[in-house]
Design a protein around this ligand. Structure first.
Ligand SMILES: Nc1ncnc2c1ncn2[C@@H]1O[C@H](COP(=O)(O)OP(=O)(O)OP(=O)(O)O)[C@@H](O)[C@H]1O
Length: 706
């Protein structure tokens, strides 16, 4: 009870404070209190805020700022014109523009014109000095002559009318006219004095309005929203001028041609236009690049609709400006999904991955290239990686070994195509993927040791969600960790070895990974990939990890893609894709191949291959007695072709699935049962095998690790 009282006391001041602040609101039983209305001061504040932020108020405020800015802008323009007219500034400016554009002849011509202008001005001034007495004299003579003339006219009139008084008539008439003029002027003078400043203001306002010399944000809505307006040179120059780079603004202001000379031709490029802008000296390309959003808004586009890249030419930025909304239109289906005769071609072909921003087909060569694709979760990483794998699966010579460390069935279509398919996110799955990769390393090493003329089946080792492997804390029996980036880390080391040596013997590693960090995607592994692709990422530093500094410095900006909206849009750096000269990356909107289409394509790929058995774990460590196995497949036949022996061995155990003649020869080396030529073809003889088996030591040392 006591506690309760204390509570009540403690609460009271609060309610009192409320009451004193809002007496009518707290009056129990009043309508306001019942309806839970806020105190007066708050409602008042809200009302004021409402009034201030009301659209009508804002429109009125914008209008007043706009019209004031027209006057200021107009004054600036008129003053500049006057200054230009009186001085050699114009010639100087044109000369500098020509110089900046490297047009030295034009610069020299403007210099000459400037010199002529100055010479003429000097001459005029000198003449003015000497002409003052001359003008006074001629004025006096002129006045005297006029008066005399008037009197002569009066004399003529007097004689004609025989009236002497007429002599004064013309001078008096002139005096009368002057009097009337003075009278009119004295009447008009007052209002004229009052009206002149206003007329001048109106004139300046008119000049400013015509030139729209006011910031974009104060323009009326109709003028502000230039959605869908074609991109013209003046729009681009205006957008650059208002970019917030003082040096650029000043330079454009000084250019005689209003800045048009900075622009190359505006060409149609896919669903947008492209234009190269040569920046004036003192403005660096990254000053423009870092203001992408502002530039886009100045061009009445969204940020993702403007791409700024750095072409080869010095001090130049290449702008690609999408037609409004065009990037939100879906691109068509993948050619793989509609063309049932499409084939992959590892060596000479290019996978139809999607479209670049210009709308051209984006084709990518996968020949002897390690690949890395990164991106935030659920943005189309697996789908785009799978699209490439599906194309390559249509080349029957390519072998796939796939580790899917997400394991929700994205890679199911590869059942019957891939020789290994490990699906699942657990440490156990990581261990199997590591085995798969290490088996790949062993295969690579075998190939490297093989005679120079040997040819190999391309082997794609594909690990989706590779970050799971890098982050795996588990260690094997030998205490070596599967994950991590230490020298003992098995996944890391296997990936590195393949990166270093796999390419030349067609053992390539494709990895898909989320959100790169130094921990889940070590630098060495990032940089070992020849093709680096990235879907939307969170930050620029991630973009740098994904694509490398060079690509990001050159304008690659996966971090500027829109999460959720730009699903399937990849920024690709490295080789494999055709890049415009000087370009370090290309943005590709990939064709989306959904699960059903993937299944259909996979079926076609399976039809091209004769019966691949997909293993779901690497049978590492299986001990096989090679000599005994070979003897068993040779059976009773006196001689069997080595090719047939290999085929039969593959049926005995998957260990032999990857064997080639080299392995067979190595296994029989020194046993006396080595392959030999019979009727021009390599065979293995039954009797020699039996002898080798009979002669080998009892401890079975001939058996080797499978
Ligand atoms: N090219 C594309 N165009 C349009 N939508 C796409 C495209 N690629 C993927 N999507 C959409 O994005 C969804 C996620 O794709 P996907 O599973 O490939 O993402 P992910 O990045 O691999 O995801 P996570 O790594 O988080 O599993 C798909 O279900 C599909 O709806």
């Amino acid at each position: 009870m006591h506690d309760l009282d204390e509570h009540r006391e403690a609460r009271e001041p609060v309610s009192l404070a409320k009451e004193s602040a809002a007496p009518e609101a707290a009056e129990p039983g009043t309508a306001a209190a019942q309806s839970g209305q806020a105190p007066v001061w708050r409602r008042g504040g809200r009302a004021v805020r409402g009034a201030v932020t009301h659209e009508r108020t804002r429109t009125a405020a914008r209008a007043s700022v706009r019209h004031s800015m027209y006057v200021i802008g107009g004054t600036r323009i008129v003053a500049r014109r006057a200054w230009d007219g009186r001085t050699a500034a114009r010639y100087e400016r044109m000369m500098r523009t020509a110089e900046a554009a490297g047009q030295h002849e034009a610069a020299a011509e403007w210099e000459e014109r400037g010199r002529q202008f100055r010479a003429a001005r000097h001459q005029r001034r000198m003449e003015l000095l000497t002409s003052a007495p001359r003008i006074a004299k001629s004025a006096a003579i002129g006045a005297g002559a006029t008066v005399a003339g008037l009197f002569v006219l009066g004399g003529v009139l007097a004689i004609a009318n025989e009236d002497i008084a007429q002599v004064l008539a013309p001078p008096l008439a002139v005096i009368e006219v002057i009097r009337i003029i003075v009278l009119v002027a004295s009447v008009v003078w007052g209002p004229l004095v009052v009206a002149t400043p206003w007329m001048a203001l109106a004139a300046l306002w008119g000049v400013g309005r015509k030139a729209e010399a006011a910031p974009a944000w104060v323009l009326p809505a109709a003028q502000r929203s230039s959605d869908g307006e074609p991109v013209t040179p003046s729009i681009v120059v205006q957008a650059l001028r208002n970019l917030g780079v003082p040096a650029l603004r000043k330079a454009i202001g000084e250019m005689g041609d209003g800045g048009a000379g900075m622009l190359g031709p505006i060409t149609i490029a896919g669903c947008g236009v492209e234009v190269d802008v040569t920046l004036p000296s003192g403005v660096s390309t990254d000053e423009v690049q870092s203001r992408r959003r502002k530039l886009a808004e100045n061009l009445a586009r969204h940020e993702h609709e403007v791409f700024i890249t750095i072409p080869e030419a010095a001090r130049t930025v290449r702008l690609w400006i999408a037609d409004s909304g065009a990037l939100d239109e879906p691109i068509g289906p993948s050619p793989l999904a509609i063309d049932t005769t499409a084939r992959g071609d590892y060596k000479g072909g290019r996978a139809p991955w999607g479209q670049d921003l210009r709308g051209d087909a984006a084709l990518i060569s996968l020949f002897q290239r390690h690949l890395l694709i990164t991106g935030l979760s659920n943005q189309g990483k697996t789908a785009s990686l799978r699209a490439l794998a599906l194309w390559l699966a249509l080349d029957a010579s390519v072998e796939f070994r796939i580790g899917d460390l997400k394991g929700v069935g994205d890679w199911k279509p590869f059942e019957g195509i891939a020789t290994t398919l490990i699906e699942g996110p657990t440490d156990e799955h990581v261990a199997q993927v590591v085995d798969m990769l290490e088996e790949g390393v062993a295969e690579m090493e075998r190939r490297i040791m093989a005679p120079a003329s040997s040819t190999f089946r391309p082997l794609i080792l594909l690990v989706d969600e590779a970050q799971v492997a890098f982050m795996c804390p588990a260690a094997g029996e030998d205490k070596r960790p599967y994950g991590g980036t230490k020298a003992t880390s098995r996944y890391f080391q296997a990936a590195r070895k393949i990166h270093n040596q796999g390419r030349a013997v067609d053992v390539v590693l494709w990895q898909g990974t989320q959100d790169p960090t130094d921990q889940n995607l070590p630098k060495l592994v990032r940089e070992g990939a020849h093709i680096r692709a990235s879907l939307v990422l969170g930050t620029e530093s991630q973009a740098r990890m994904a694509l490398g500094d060079k690509a990001v410095d050159g304008g690659a900006a996966p971090h500027k893609l829109r999460q959720g909206l730009d699903k399937g849009t990849v920024v690709v750096a490295g080789d494999g894709v055709k890049l415009a000269p000087g370009q370090s990356s290309v943005t590709i909107r990939t064709h989306y191949i959904n699960d059903d289409e993937a299944e259909a394509i996979a079926q076609r790929a399976k039809a091209l291959r004769d019966g691949v058995t997909t293993l779901h774990a690497v049978e590492a460590g299986e001990e096989r007695d090679h000599l005994a196995d070979i003897a068993s497949v040779v059976g009773d036949a006196p001689r069997v072709l080595t090719q047939d022996v290999l085929k039969r061995l593959a049926d005995v155990s998957s260990t032999y699935g990857k064997w080639s003649f080299i392995h067979l020869k190595a296994a029989l080396e020194g046993t006396g049962a080595e392959p030999y030529k019979s009727d021009g073809r390599m065979v293995i003889g039954r009797d020699r095998l039996s002898r080798a088996l009979a002669n080998r030591p009892e401890d079975g040392s001939a058996s080797t690790h499978g």
